[in-house]
Design a binder for this molecule. Structure first.
Ligand code: PGA
Length: 248
C-alpha cells in the first residue's frame, strides 16, 4: 500500500481569520518537519467560504491538498444555493467529501444522491471521498456489515476508480463523541469493505474516521486496510492534526 491520506474535515467551524491562521500553522508545521510527507498526503477540507483564503495560503505550497465538504448532484444551472463540482475544481480543490453521515442523517442524502454527486465530482476531475458507516443501533443489532455493504453498493458511481475515489468508514456513533471503534472492529470492517468493493476499486484508499486523536491514531493507522484518517475535531487543532499525520 502507498502513502496514507490524512484529511481534515473542518466542518462548519471558524471565521475567515481562524481559517487563515489554521492553514498557516499547518503549512508552517509541515515546513518545520517535512518528514511527515514521506508517510502521508495531507488534505484540508474547509467550508466553501473559506476555500479562497486556504487556497491563497497554499498558492506557492504543494504540500497540502484542498478539498470541499459537499457538491451539487447537478452539473450547473438553476440550483440556488448550490455549488457544483466544476466550481470546486476551478477553485483549486482536488477532493470533495460526499455522503458524510451528518448529511445523510440531517440533510436526507440518499445513497443515490451520493452516487450522483460522486459522478459529478469525477466528471469535474475531483477525487470523491465517499463516506459510509453504521449507527449505534445498527451495530447493536448486528447490522453493521449489511448497512455498509448496501451503502457501498449504491453510493459508488460507475465512474469510480481506485485513483479518483477514496472510501471513508465512519461509524456514526464514533463521530464527535470521543468513542472510537476498537482496532479489532476497524480491522474487521476495513477488510470487509475491501472485499465488498468492485474490482476497479480494490486498491483504493480506505480511511477511518470517528474521534481520531493523537493518542489513538498510531494504533488505528497501523491496522490492516486503513489507508489514512478523516479527522473532524482534532483537525481544528494544528498540533493534534500534525501529530496524527506524524503517526502515519
Ligand atoms: P470527529 O469527526 O473526528 O470529530 O469524530 C470525524 C468526521 O466527522 O469526519
Amino acid at each position: 500500500m502507498g502513502k496514507k491520506l490524512i484529511a481534515g474535515n473542518w466542518k462548519m467551524n471558524g471565521t475567515l481569520d481562524e481559517a487563515k491562521t489554521l492553514i498557516a500553522a499547518i503549512v508552517n508545521g509541515i515546513h518545520q518537519n517535512p518528514s511527515v510527507l514521506e508517510k502521508c498526503d495531507v488534505l484540508v477540507c474547509p467550508s466553501f467560504v473559506h476555500l479562497g483564503v486556504v487556497r491563497h495560503a497554499l498558492k506557492t505550497v504543494n504540500t497540502v491538498a484542498m478539498g470541499a465538504q459537499n457538491c451539487s448532484k447537478f452539473p450547473d444551472g438553476a440550483h440556488t444555493g448550490s455549488v457544483s463540482a466544476a466550481m470546486l475544481k476551478d477553485a483549486k480543490c482536488s477532493y470533495v467529501i460526499l455522503g458524510h453521515s451528518e448529511r445523510r442523517q440531517n440533510r436526507g442524502e440518499s445513497n443515490e444522491t451520493v452516487a450522483a454527486k460522486a459522478e459529478q465530482a469525477h466528471k469535474a476531475g475531483l477525487n470523491a471521498i465517499i463516506c459510509v458507516g453504521e449507527t449505534e443501533l445498527q451495530r447493536e443489532e448486528g447490522q453493521e456489515k449489511a448497512v455498509v455493504e448496501k451503502q457501498l453498493a449504491k453510493s459508488i458511481p460507475a465512474s469510480a476508480t481506485a485513483q479518483n475515489t477514496v472510501i471513508a468508514y465512519e461509524p456514526v456513533w464514533a463521530i464527535g463523541t470521543g468513542k472510537t471503534a476498537t482496532p479489532e472492529d476497524i480491522k474487521t470492517m476495513h477488510a470487509f469493505i475491501r472485499e465488498s468493493l468492485p474490482p476497479t476499486l480494490k486498491n483504493c484508499r480506505i480511511l477511518y474516521g470517528g474521534s481520531m486523536k493523537p493518542d489513538n491514531a498510531k494504533a488505528i493507522l497501523a491496522t490492516p486496510n486503513v489507508d489514512g484518517g478523516l479527522i473532524g475535531g482534532a483537525s481544528l487543532k494544528t498540533a493534534d492534526f500534525l501529530a496524527i499525520a506524524q503517526s502515519a
